[in-house]
Design a protein around this ligand. Structure first.
Ligand code: NAD
Ligand code: UDP
Length: 319
């Protein structure tokens, strides 16, 4: 009894998760709580919701803080996962100035906090830093092909600037930083109306509505199941302090958007029709992570392939 108490306190960390009430954040908070850590979930509820973390609210090791990351925040913590930022194009284009403020001021505020309390901080960056990539698959050494003035730029450039800040804090203040570049992730607790392709197609298929393919559906994405991402994030946080990344975290199996639509229709026995709508501006034509670095440094690779992941997600969406 005495020994297990000692072990427990030795491994228990105080962890701040910004954006913790969102899709990815809520899964991360759940995993960290299940591992016995003390978690502060900080969120302004722009796209997140209390429903996502309802199951954690009674836990004495879980605290929910309504706060905006564009405003400085103080807490003594050992680790920070910085996830606060709308991720769906519909959401981040709703108020683009707020989006870029969230990425840049949020990064500065959380880096200041990490420096002050000597915490490790991990940035949830994105495959969007590669823009509409010319190099395929995307390796971390590729600098990207990003429009600075388009409708996606508030998100892409905000995330790129955040990566720059992370490296500068590390060089100038020796802040312990880590960066992962997350590729399209899906799973339970995505908002049914977030406008992202997996949620749109699943909802449309289940309701028997037309499935809206933007463009001719030949653009590609590589879809990662949420549990694989959470495993990769935690492994990255636990690497040695001198390993910063950035590291791609994604599932390298690539699909066209049309193939995704057909797959979801098959799994839901849907009678929906495919319809074609104009493709949004600057929509990347292809995306596939090269995960050689994650395999080597994190001993990580995705375990859940698309069909299995979609089936798991469908169980919750049908409800
Ligand atoms: P999400 O919209 O579900 O979650 C984002 C969370 O951040 C929400 O709870 C929202 O309320 C909160 N938030 C937004 N602005 C905030 C602010 N100013 N202050 C405090 N909280 C704020 O999106 P998600 O899919 O869970 O994405 C989480 C993170 O992962 C984001 O940083 C996103 O850029 C990154 N990411 C996600 C994906 C993906 O496929 N889901 C891919 C690449 C990167
Ligand atoms: N997409 C689509 N129909 C939809 C929603 C999205 O064809 O109803 C396409 C979109 O144009 C893009 C891809 O699916 O090519 C992925 O879109 P999403 O918004 O999920 O993510 P991102 O573009 O940021 O990868």
């Amino acid at each position: 009894m005495h020994v297990s108490f000692l072990l427990y306190t030795e491994v228990m960390k105080r962890i701040l998760v910004t954006g913790g009430a969102g899709f990815i954040g809520s899964h991360l908070c759940t995993r960290l709580i299940n591992e016995g850590h003390d978690v502060i979930c900080l969120d302004n509820f722009f796209t997140g919701s209390k429903d996502n973390i309802l199951h954690l609210l009674g836990n004495k090791h879980f605290e929910l803080v309504r706060h905006d990351v564009t405003v400085p925040y103080q807490a003594i913590v050992d680790e920070i996962y910085n996830l606060a930022c709308p991720a769906s194009p519909v959401h981040y284009q709703h108020d683009p100035i707020k989006t870029i403020r969230t990425s840049i001021l949020g990064a500065i505020n959380m880096l200041d906090l990490a420096s002050e309390v000597n915490a490790k901080i991990l940035q949830a960056s994105t495959s969007e830093v590669y823009g509409d990539p010319i190099v395929h698959p995307q390796t971390e050494s590729y600098w990207g092909n990003v429009n600075t003035v388009g409708i996606r730029s508030c998100y892409d450039e905000g995330k790129r600037a955040a990566e720059t800040l992370f490296f500068d804090y590390n060089r100038e203040r020796k802040t312990k930083v880590k960066i992962i570049r997350i590729f399209n992730t899906y799973g339970p607790r995505m908002q049914p109306h977030d406008g992202r392709v997996v949620t749109n197609f699943v909802g449309q298929s289940l309701r028997g509505e037309d499935i809206t393919i933007y463009g001719d559906g030949s653009q590609t994405r590589s879809f990662q199941y949420i549990d694989d991402l959470i495993e990769g994030m935690i492994r990255m946080m636990n690497t040695a302090d001198d390993f910063i990344g950035p590291v791609n975290i994604g599932n390298p199996t690539e699909f066209t958007i049309k193939e995704l639509a057909v797959k979801i229709m098959e799994l839901t026995n849907s009678k929906s029709n495919l319809i074609f709508k104009p493709i949004p501006l600057d929509d990347p034509k292809q995306r596939q992570p090269d995960i050689t670095l994650a395999r080597k440094m994190l001993d990580w690779e995705p375990q859940v392939q698309l069909e299995e992941g979609l089936n798991r997600m469908l169980t919750t969406f049908k409800g």
